[in-house]
Design a binder for this molecule. Sequence first.
Ligand code: ZN
Length: 145
Amino acid sequence: MSKLYKSNGGVLIIGLIIQQDNLKAVIKMAERSTVEVCGFLFGRWKGGNFIVEEVRFVPNRLNSPTAFDMEPVEMVTAIDEAEERGLEVVGIFHSHLKCPPVPSGRDLKGMRLWPVVWLIVDEKGNYWAYVLKDEEINELEVEVV
Ligand SMILES: [Zn+2]
């Protein structure tokens, strides 16, 4: 795994910017849950950064401690509502409870379908962000503001 990314359509990706309250909300859910929690990071892409403005939880229909799959109807509703407010999907988040904080093989398939930032948190409050670029998983800097 390489540290730092190349480019997104020729533009340098610098990192993911997320407000502390939003990050805490995700971590808190992960701490309380016995299954992986998941959802979207909505926001904007600006100046090479993915800026998260909103976190939206979506139920994990697998109800599994080792995998997730967002409930499809809620997923579409979440995206529609965000788009109405002018926000786009900048990332997908989920938690890892018993597995290492790197994308799993299953996650990698998801990253191909959703080429956005993938934020992974664990139940201890740690977090990491990744993007897939040219079949390579790159770690992104996370700036908590
Ligand atoms: Zn995962």
